[in-house]
Design a protein around this ligand. Structure first.
Ligand SMILES: Nc1ncnc2c1ncn2[C@@H]1O[C@H](COP(=O)(O)OP(=O)(O)OP(=O)(O)O)[C@@H](O)[C@H]1O
Ligand SMILES: [Mg+2]
Length: 223
């Protein structure tokens, strides 16, 4: 479905501030596959996430979805960002989830329920009055209502407490099972790796150093 071929990315290419984030990445993501991308700070995880989600066109190589550039297939992919607040644009939760769609309140309420936020309580809440974990769930609800085929989540478990974490893991499992959404989870946090992914990809200094069944991939020596 998604195929990255020899993908490299240099930020600010051609300037004195040029900075290489990825090199020579080959990666395929099949229908409904669940992949965990791990690696140390600065290893290129977020850059890879943006490219897979079609939000960034790589400076080298190609990233395609069913043969077309991923960045030309809006709607097929959705992403939640490492910093959830940056992706909430509307003042209230309901308005934010609905933003840019033609959905009615029923669909919005359903998405809020999916992420464990009671619509009656949260629909009219101001985004700025939510905790970080709640903002992350609103961002996820906003991604879900668009019914993507591929969902890219950058550090989705960061800052969640134990119940929040269990809930998110259950939401992802249900999405994968019922809606057949492929998920790409980018994280440092490998604690629940086997619950959220079948396959693991390890990045180091912008290169893929392991791509295997999740438990085997995570056994690779870490720097
Ligand atoms: N907008 C940008 N402009 C210039 N350089 C950038 C930009 N974004 C990232 N980089 C650089 O690209 C490299 C990879 O960054 P990236 O954010 O993809 O890493 P990461 O693995 O997600 O890190 P973290 O674990 O800290 O989130 C780093 O060297 C970083 O400094
Ligand atoms: Mg990152």
């Amino acid at each position: 479905m998604i195929r990255l071929e020899d993908v490299g990315h240099v930020y600010a290419a051609g300037t004195p501030w040029a900075r290489r984030a990825l090199s020579g990445v080959d990666l395929t993501i099949a229908h409904a596959e669940r992949i965990l991308v791990v690696g140390p700070n600065g290893s290129g995880k977020s850059t890879l996430a943006w490219i897979v989600a079609g939000l960034l066109r790589p400076t080298e190589g190609t990233a395609t979805l069913d043969g077309r550039p991923v960045d030309e297939a809006p709607g097929s992919t959705a992403m939640t960002f490492q910093h959830a607040r940056l992706q909430l644009f509307r003042p209230t939760v309901g308005a934010d989830v609905r933003f840019g769609t033609r959905l009615d309140r029923v669909a919005v309420d359903h998405a809020l329920e999916m992420v464990g936020l009671d619509p009656a309580v949260f629909r009219s809440r101001r985004v700025d009055e939510l905790s970080g974990g709640q903002q992350r769930r609103v961002a996820l609800a906003g991604a879900l209502v668009r019914r993507p085929r591929v969902l890219v989540l950058d550090e989705p478990l960061a800052g969640l407490d134990a119940p929040g974490r269990r809930l998110l893991i259950a939401v992802l499992a249900r999405l994968n099972r019922e809606a057949q959404v492929a998920t790409v989870i980018v994280t440092h946090d490998t604690e629940d790796a086997h619950r959220v992914a079948d396959r693991g990809v390890v990045l180091r200094a912008g290169e893929v150093v392991a791509d295997d069944e999740v438990a085997s991939a995570l056994e690779q020596p870490r720097p």
